[in-house]
Ligand binder design. Structure first.
Ligand SMILES: [Mg+2]
Length: 454
């Protein structure tokens, strides 16, 4: 295709009817125009004829289960996606009947058709996995990284924060965090369970919240971690237990001297009024969102009312690339930054990296598997280690830029079977209503037909 062509050939092509067809399999040629000026065409597929032919899945058993899906096409190009950690593959597979036969490059119409089946929490995982797989396919077909399909690459590497599990001894907790810092991380989060101080007399009220005495003990843990990693380093906190709005305010005010990056998920993300009350009463930044799906369904009230200081969507629940970009852009319009929750496999991780690369108001993204030695081995494609000095480089390879390492995935399957056939999902399970196209049914005259009758 890139052979040099003579000026004579160029003139011939430009002059004759052959020029019309030559454009399909050779760079268009014009007299006097350098051959090199012709854009390279990716011929991996004929996009207009591309059709979704299958969806299959497998589940990796790791710190949480990682349900991974594969969407196949009639031209050998396929896409990988991931359902929310600790979710199940079925939440994606029930969407199979609704996407079969559709052109995977028509990403927004395909997603619009299945949005009615996306719910909050783990129920957002199927929609999100499909979004990721469609971006993987489209990127491969067009020869561009997934971030290019979303917008502009605003950063070349994504800052990662690591969750760190607690220890009863504040000194040990501090040492654990220092170990993270020595791994290269520059942003940290600690679990600050009220239960950490529950065995100390007078520390926890009968309602389950820390007393003033208990809050002072909890602050000893933050103090120990601050002493270990320094006061100028971002440090967030999570997992306080079930608290009332008033108790959340007491906690948040007690934490103020430590300048936390945020206090996470004090109450349910559905209670924007509660969040507004808490965040208006403290200088500790308030964050939530890891279980919310969709802008209208999950985030809009929090943002319209400026009820939180930062949002924290998990791309495997919130709707993955397109929807989370919408959510983050809407947050940005309200002056609210976006951090990303993430606790899945490298497939969903890299999809989230592509997303994060394009966000105007991005702060940091979570990784929950920094202690799992084989986590990065699940895939090939990204440069290794995947997290380098606390950051993940943004790939420029087509699609998500990640392929499964079949041998390693097979070593860690939750259930037997690696992308086995899924004929049980060929028919409609969650709804038989067809948005468009023919379907077999009785028409109003009582005839059994297979066509649109409205
Ligand atoms: Mg959390």
């Amino acid at each position: 295709m890139n052979r040099r062509i003579t000026r004579r050939e160029m003139l011939h092509r430009a002059a004759g009817a052959a020029a019309v067809t030559a454009g399909l399999d050779a760079p268009l040629a014009f007299p006097g125009v350098q051959e090199a000026a012709a854009p390279p065409l990716n011929r991996n597929s004929a996009p207009s004829d591309l059709k979704i032919t299958d969806m299959r899945a497998c589940t990796v058993a790791a710190n949480y289960d990682y349900p991974i899906i594969r969407i196949d096409t009639n031209q050998g190009v396929y896409g990988l996606g991931e359902v929310r950690d600790a979710g199940v593959k079925g939440i994606a597979l029930i969407l199979k009947a609704h996407i079969l036969g559709k052109n995977p490059l028509e990403i927004e119409p395909v997603l619009a058709n299945v949005r009615q089946f996306a719910g909050q929490g783990r129920m957002g995982g199927g929609y999100s996995a499909v979004d990721m797989a469609l971006h993987d396919i489209a990127g491969k077909v067009y020869g561009v990284p997934a971030w290019r399909l979303l917008g502009h690459k605003r950063r070349d590497r994504i800052r990662i924060y690591c969750d760190t599990t607690g220890h009863k001894d504040p000194k040990v907790y501090g040492e654990r965090m220092l170990k993270r810092k020595k791994m290269g991380f520059t942003f940290f989060k600690m679990d600050l369970y009220t239960s950490l101080v529950a065995d100390r007399p007078g520390a926890v009220h009968q309602n389950g919240a820390a007393t003033e005495k208990g809050l002072a003990y909890l602050c000893e843990y933050i103090q120990a971690v601050r002493d270990a990693i320094g006061w100028d380093t971002p440090l967030a906190a999570d997992h306080f237990g079930r608290l009332s709005v008033n108790d959340c305010i007491r906690y948040a005010r007690a934490f103020e001297p430590y300048q936390l990056a945020w206090a996470e998920d004090f109450i349910s993300y559905k209670d924007w009024r509660g969040y507004k009350t808490i965040s208006d009463a403290t200088t500790t930044p308030i964050l939530t969102g890891e279980d919310a799906f969709g802008l209208e369904e999950g985030f809009q009230s929090l943002l319209d009312n400026h009820a939180v200081d930062i949002i924290h969507p998990d791309p495997e629940t919130s709707g993955a690339l397109i929807e989370t970009k919408r959510i983050a852009d809407y947050a940005d319009m309200h002056g609210i930054p976006t951090a990303l929750h993430f606790a899945g496999s490298p497939v969903g991780c890299m999809a989230s990296v592509h997303l994060a690369a394009t966000l105007r108001n991005f702060i940091v993204m979570e990784n929950h598997a920094v202690d799992m030695p084989w986590w990065g081995d699940l895939v090939t494609g990204p440069s290794k280690p995947i997290i380098q000095d606390g950051y993940i480089p943004v790939p420029d390879t087509p699609g998500l830029g990640v392929e499964l390492n079949e041998a390693v995935v097979k070593e860690h399957l939750r259930y037997p079977g690696y992308f086995e056939p899924t004929p049980m999902f060929d028919d409609f399970i969650v709804s038989g209503f067809r948005m468009v196209g023919p379907w077999p049914h009785y028409d109003e005259d009582g005839n059994y037909v297979n066509k649109i009758t409205y």
